[in-house]
Design a protein around this ligand. Structure first.
Ligand code: NAD
Ligand code: IPM
Ligand code: MN
Length: 352
């Protein structure tokens, strides 16, 4: 029996999480395992109900399950709240409380979608890299932070143990892939990046079989668009990883395609990399694939069923190959399907 806590959140969050839940239910039927899905409010939706973006009940539930499935949070309705009360602050809090220090963001191009990218087919075809974004440190969490009328400030700081543990995970992952890690920083300007680079190289001594190189983040942004196939594993800090993974989204055709796993030593949470997309929320047109593919990552990393992860990926691939397209991945003038139609097609391809 698996216990999954779902925290759909705001905007398109509930729409895409509903798709992922249908996939979980179909898999439970097909393979005969029980799955209990416990839904909890989070973000703006929780604030509207309970006056708090992250209640202790939601947080505690996330600690008492096999894995958490998150949609997205945020939106114009809560934008004007003070910083520490915004939905985004609650997302940072949940990551910190669950110690989810590693955010794995795979960027893999599906052959059927090569023409959905804004880049040339020959540039994107065959792209397959994995970003290890540090998720509980760096400028997102450093103190002091704040602003007054004349000044705004944040602090980018990394502790040795924070760099060591994410570096180790990225080297371990590279061993199971093409054996190549590129660490991305801004060591030509920032001391914290020079420290990051030094520590990554120290840890690399334990992984001499893995090839390590460094790249400045501005060049990396350009290289991802110029020749994404040169990357295997990327390891980088919180802010740089946030930005670079959205760039990677466009290689695969849409932000709506990119899943992620946020993992620590005790807990794990699965979330698409995109946000709550207020511009399309409530219209049943969002792409559920990023969230459904996050369920595949859940089976791989938390539920120890890699074969089921492959089944989900194959069902997504078959659905795309059959020509189904939500609006974000459709060519101009091409027929589009809704969020629920895309979900139903993936569920059908999973089989009974
Ligand atoms: P966004 O990712 O929500 O949207 C960016 C663009 O991509 C929009 O045009 C949107 O329609 C499109 N898009 C995103 N996901 C899609 C999907 N599944 N299918 C089709 N199109 C999709 O980023 P934003 O507009 O900058 O932010 C909106 C809100 O979401 C903000 O409040 C932001 O803070 C929040 N946000 C939350 C998360 C999260 O919860 N993990 C991540 C990013 C942004
Ligand atoms: C993401 C988002 C979040 C981040 C925001 C909403 C706090 O952009 O998950 O990528 O910056 O980590
Ligand atoms: Mn982001």
């Amino acid at each position: 029996m698996y216990k999954i806590v779902s925290i759909p959140g705001d905007g398109i969050g509930p729409e895409v999480v509903a798709g992922a839940v249908s996939v979980l239910k179909q898999l439970s039927k097909k393979h005969g395992f029980d799955v209990v899905i416990e839904e909890h409010p989070f973000g703006g939706a929780s604030y509207d109900l309970h006056g708090e973006m992250l209640t202790s009940a939601t947080l505690e539930a996330c600690k008492k399950c096999d894995a958490v499935l998150l949609g997205a949070v945020g939106g114009p309705k809560w934008e004007k709240l003070p910083h520490e009360h915004k939905p985004e602050a609650a997302l940072l809090k949940i990551r910190k409380e669950l110690e989810l220090f590693a955010n794995l963001r795979p960027a893999k191009v599906y052959d059927a979608l090569i023409d959905a990218s804004s880049l040339k087919a020959e540039v994107v075809q065959g792209t397959d890299f994995l970003v290890f974004r540090e998720l509980t440190g760096g400028i997102y969490f450093g103190q002091p932070r704040g602003f007054d009328e004349n000044r705004g400030w944040n602090t980018m700081v990394y502790e040795r143990y924070e760099v060591e543990r994410i570096a180790r995970l990225s080297f371990e992952a590279a061993r199971k892939r093409k054996g190549k890690v590129i660490s991305i920083d801004k060591a030509n300007v920032l001391e914290v990046s020079q420290f990051w680079r030094n520590v990554v190289h120290e840890i690399h001594r334990e992984y001499a079989d893995v090839e390590l190189s460094d790249m400045y983040v501005d060049n990396a942004a350009m290289q991802i668009v110029r020749n994404p196939k040169q990357f295997d594993v990327i390891v980088t800090s919180n802010l740089f990883g946030d930005i670079l993974s959205d760039i990677a989204g466009m290689i695969t055709g849409s932000l709506g395609m990119l899943p992620s796993a946020s993992i620590g030593t005790t807990y794990a949470l699965y979330e698409p990399i995109h946000g709550s997309a207020p511009d399309i929320a409530g219209r049943n047109i969002a792409n559920p694939i990023a969230t459904i593919a996050s369920v595949a990552m859940m089976f791989e990393h938390s539920l120890n069923k890699p074969a089921i992860a492959r089944e989900i990926e194959a069902a997504i691939e078959a659905t795309l190959a059959a020509g189904l397209r939500t609006a974000d991945i459709a060519a101009p003038g091409e027929k589009t399907v809704s969020t629920t139609e895309m979900t139903e097609a993936i569920v059908r391809h999973l089989g009974a």
